[in-house]
Design a protein around this ligand. Structure first.
Ligand code: FCB
Length: 483
């Protein structure tokens, strides 16, 4: 491991010994705020055929010609499976307190169901032990999109059986790991694997449409897509019940969803209300039904004959109480103003010149970090909120001197943290923040082109080099403040 940016020494932890922010008390986060980084199994592990791991839908998809930019695949990725100890050291250098990683379902159940694979579980035990030894709290996610291919062959998320299989896997992991893991995230980003994976979406970039697709790369009808959404939230509820039934007492869990967020274009009481209504409706098939136990009238009316088929009993399962809500925040979905007409808001289209980060979908709107948690609390009275992902890709290159000066990522981070701090200062119960990502990795259909890491990875040599943003983040952690 090389650290291009000055990272020597551990971050200070106690409130008394902590250096204050040069921006003053006004920039501080609450005491006990937890700072972390996030990754996911498929994007970093590699070793796809080792120790009995089964294939996932992303293995199949990545090996389908034309699906991934430059024909990249994740067979080796960051080789984290073999280098996890070095990667834990990288985290220690940055001073993080928590690490959100995901467990690969096909390492544990190579066929999705049946006999567990002890070697797969052993890897996560070793990782968790290394983290605990380093003083970093492990925060695993149970599903970050790598569905076992064997389950896809039996219908994947179109089948209700997959929801049941997920719950069995979640219960098994909770039983095995809750002696050392206290908090689990269940499912990552419903919209991303359901809608983008089973239909694909078009996003507007500078006035032009750009198509985004994910594994398994299907193009389902409305009725079928709505049923997949329903099966996914059912999996959420069933897994919560399975975790409660199998984990040690006191184990906590909740989803990590990419809440679609409406931001008031101008802060007036009417627009703030309008944005709340819009956020609740935009998430009707996901967080809203999970937290309210019913689909909104507008959602069912808009779906018409294609509405999902469900029972009252299923709605109860879907809304099984969770301990916290994780939200992945990258950008506002829309800016809105109030309107006299139903549904009570008017969406503003993004100007063609609206600034964005490197990823085509990534329009810039740091205010989302204030509005999203505030709305989650206002709408659903959530007691604990985690920002489970936030970050940006940048065109990072190692200079001849071996450093990466990622000015845009630092700008992005500083502005997003400032808006987040506004929410914590107003008492919104945000417990922690995970930066996406610890290190550059396999960015799905963008392959290795879009680098999201605080740490640069040379994908030929796999050498890790901390970027300047890692030094920024370390400083924010050490001071528990915007810096
Ligand atoms: C999120 C995903 C994560 C990563 C970031 C950039 O949608 O959860 O795996 O790819 O985007």
């Amino acid at each position: 491991m090389t650290t291009g940016a000055p990272l020597a020494g551990r971050a200070q932890t106690s409130a008394e010994s902590r250096p204050k922010s040069v921006q003053g008390e006004g920039a501080a986060f609450p005491d006990g705020f937890s700072w972390g980084v996030a990754t996911s199994a498929f994007q970093i592990e590699g070793a796809v055929k080792e120790d009995g791991r089964g294939a996932s839908i992303w293995d199949s998809y990545a090996h389908t010609p034309g699906k991934i930019r430059n024909g990249d695949n994740a067979d080796v990725a960051n080789d984290h499976y073999h280098r996890y100890k070095d990667d834990v050291r990288l985290m220690q250098d940055i001073g993080v307190k928590t690490y959100r990683f995901s467990i690969a379902w096909p390492r544990i159940f190579p066929n999705g169901v049946g006999q567990p694979n002890p070697k797969g579980l052993d890897f996560y035990r070793r990782l968790v032990d290394a983290l605990l030894e380093a003083g970093i709290e492990p925060f695993p996610t149970l599903y970050h999109w790598d569905l076992p291919q064997a389950l896809q062959d039996k219908g994947g998320w179109q089948s209700r059986d997959t929801a049941k299989a997920f719950a069995d896997y979640a219960g098994y992991i909770a039983g095995q790991l809750s002696d050392r893991v206290k908090r689990f995230f269940t499912i990552n980003e419903f919209f991303s694997f359901v809608d983008i994976g089973h239909r694909g979406v078009d996003v507007m970039v500078g006035g032009k449409k750009v198509r985004i697709e994910h594994a398994p790369g299907l193009k389902l009808s409305n009725a079928k897509l709505n049923q997949v959404r329903h099966n996914a939230v059912l999996a959420q509820g069933l897994s919560v019940q399975a975790i409660r039934a199998n984990a040690k007492a006191g184990t906590k869990c909740g989803p990590a969803d990419n809440l679609s967020t409406a931001v008031p274009a101008i802060e007036t009481p009417e627009n703030i209300k309008a944005a709340e209504i819009a956020t609740r409706e935009m998430n009707a098939g996901y967080l809203t039904v999970m937290l309210e136990g019913k689909y909104t009238d507008a959602y069912l009316a808009a779906a018409g004959k294609a509405a999902p088929k469900f029972t009252e009993e299923e709605l109860k399962i879907i809304s099984s109480p969770v301990d916290f809500i994780g939200i992945n925040l990258y950008r506002p979905s829309v800016y809105v103003v109030g309107s006299e007409r139903t549904p009570g808001f008017r969406s503003i289209s993004f100007n063609k010149s609206h600034p964005r980060m490197l990823s085509l979908w990534h329009l810039l709107g740091p205010e989302v970090m204030y509005w999203a948690p505030r709305q989650v609390q206002a709408l659903w009275k959530t007691k604990e909120i985690y920002i489970t992902e936030n970050g940006c890709a940048a065109s990072d290159e190692l200079s001849a001197e071996g450093v990466v000066d990622d000015s845009d990522r630092i700008m992005f981070l500083r502005n997003h943290l400032a808006h987040l701090r506004r929410a914590t200062a107003e008492g919104v119960p945000i417990k922690g923040y995970f930066h996406w990502s610890l290190m550059d990795n396999f960015e799905w259909s963008d392959g290795f082109t879009n680098r999201f890491g605080l740490v640069h990875v040379d994908f030929k040599t796999l050498k890790r080099t901390a970027k300047l943003s890692a030094a920024y983040f370390r400083e924010a952690i050490a001071r528990n403040a915007v810096v």
